[in-house]
Write a protein that binds this ligand. Structure first.
Ligand code: GLC
Length: 506
């Protein structure tokens, strides 16, 4: 078991680098690993403790890296294994840990396992995936739906069987009932941990196992974003209890390293189910909190879900606070409607709640969504349904400065996704402005280090006037004022450490 002090993530800040959009080092319009190395100074200056790199493994990029064709290498467009080793070392010199994105729910259809499984139905690889015969009338085996709203089954004409894909047809789901799949991933985990990777963000952590009988998903009680899909509740196509045993095994591996490795799940589930992935501190150490992400940006909305989160998590387990990522609208747009004052209030809240903060690239300058014209869109996971607007809006190049390329690539190079209004909002301009959101964010991260000091502190909601949410986070008293007007507050003990308009921290 890990020794005391080995849990470095309570009170820490992670930063999600969407590699393709962060910094292009070779002038091809795509960000890459050498670009990440070139910009590590920014993260050190900002005061983050670790980075999560969006998918880095070889992939045909039907889903921009979430369709992996080799789990033990680096995508040639992003760099080489040697570049990744260098990135881990360079980050380490700056006190930054590096997490990778692991995609265990499905592979790419170009992965050699799937190529073998379709090429030779008698091969042992066949059972790496989920196959089923058509219904008597030829329809797919059941009613499960993929993330784009189409059937989750595609017919393999050669064998006459359907295979399952909860995402694109080129992302066949793995069959976790097969012990050989377990073994593959235990080896993959060790491969990266042995190279110094500090942990993984685990893609679709709630999805690994499917119902053994492939029963139909029941109708969803509401159009809820959590746990449902196009009117169906994902009761059988995901969210199966058997997945917990996988994470218990992985946790043992993670804890077997002298510096324990971190498992951070993408758990697109209710708070109770999310808490279940921590179990008795023997599964995932951290889980993404989607009910918080989708809460109303009001004092009542956020206070409610934060209170519920604290009540749901087992004692001692560390919550995660984040509100932007590569799949959803960025919070300066979704929560703040583009109003920078509200985005600053959101940062204040995210940074002062007890637990781990995960920033998405650009959050630190209140980067908003960018409208990407249809003809320039690159994300195929869009048709119909709730993702109708697509995800490209939150994946555009990082605005480093006001130059024509925003400092992202060489001037004159076409970036893979269009630039936003970077002349107005960029890192360089905000660094020079003591009152900027960037400098506020940096002050907040420094405050976290001072106030939380690597500990999971307590949380308590305090009485407050309407439209204000007040809470104690360890020794900090935070007043988050959503009214847009000054509000007189009860006299507070202690010094005002930081004040933003509206809002403040004592
Ligand atoms: C996760 C990823 C998303 C991807 C999907 C399928 O939700 O965050 O980007 O499309 O899984 O891998």
């Amino acid at each position: 078991m890990p020794g005391p002090g080995s849990r470095w993530w309570p009170g820490a800040t992670l930063y999600q680098v969407y590699v393709r959009s962060w910094q292009d080092s070779d002038g091809d319009g795509y960000g890459d690993l050498n670009g990440v190395i070139a910009r590590l100074d920014h993260l050190e200056w900002l005061g983050v403790d670790g980075i999560w790199l969006s998918p880095t493994m070889p992939s045909p990029d039907d889903d921009w890296g979430y369709d992996v064709s080799d789990y033990r290498d680096v995508h040639p467009e992003l760099g080489t294994l040697a570049d990744l080793d260098r990135l881990i070392a360079e980050a380490g010199r700056r006190g930054l840990r590096v997490l990778l994105d692991l995609v265990p729910n499905h592979t790419s259809s170009a992965h050699p396992w799937f190529v073998e499984a379709t090429g030779d139905p008698a091969s042992p690889r066949r059972e790496y995936y989920v196959w089923a015969d058509p219904r008597p009338d030829g329809r797919p085996p059941n009613n499960w739906l993929a993330a784009n709203g189409d059937s989750a089954w595609t017919l393999d004409k050669a064998s006459g069987q359907y295979y399952l894909h909860n995402f694109l047809a080129s992302q066949p789901d793995l069959n976790w009932w097969n012990p050989a799949v377990h073994q593959e991933f235990t080896d993959i985990l060790r491969f990266w941990f042995d190279r110094g990777v500090a942990g993984f963000r685990i893609d679709v952590a709630h999805g690994l196992y499917k119902d053994a009988e492939l029963r139909d998903d029941p109708p969803a009680p509401s159009s809820d974003l959590i746990g449902g899909r196009y009117g169906l509740a994902q009761v059988y196509s995901a969210n199966r209890p058997e997945s917990h045993a996988v994470f218990r095994d992985w946790r043992k591996i993670a804890d077997s390293y002298p510096s324990p490795r971190l498992l951070l799940g993408e758990t697109w589930v209710t708070l109770d189910a999310m808490a279940g992935f921590h179990s008795e501190d023997d599964e995932l150490q951290l889980t993404f909190n989607f009910p918080f992400i989708f809460a109303d940006f009001t004092a009542e909305g956020l206070a409610g879900v934060v209170g519920d989160t604290m009540a749901a998590l087992p004692a001692g387990e560390c919550p995660v606070w984040t509100s932007s990522n590569h799949d959803i609208s960025r919070f300066p747009t979704r929560w703040a409607g583009g109003d920078e004052r509200k985005a600053r209030l959101a940062l204040l809240i995210l940074a002062t709640l007890p637990g781990t903060l995960v920033l998405y690239y650009g959050d630190e300058i209140a980067m908003t969504d960018v409208t990407v014209p249809v003809e320039l869109r690159r994300d195929p996971m869009v048709p119909g349904g709730r993702r109708g607007e697509g995800r490209d809006r939150a994946r555009t190049p990082m605005p480093w400065d006001a130059s024509p390329s925003g400092g992202f690539t060489s001037d004159g190079v076409q970036p893979w996704l269009p630039y936003g209004p970077h002349a107005e909002r960029n890192v360089a301009t905000q660094r020079d402005d003591a009152d900027s959101t960037l400098n506020l964010c940096r002050a907040l991260l420094a405050l976290r280090h001072r106030a939380f000091g690597g500990r999971l502190v307590s949380y308590e909601q305090l009485p407050a006037p309407a439209g204000v949410w007040m809470y104690r986070s360890g020794d900090l008293t935070v007043a988050a004022n959503f009214t847009g007007q000054p509000v007189p507050l009860p006299a507070l003990a202690g010094d005002v450490l930081l004040r933003t308009e509206p809002g403040g921290v004592h």
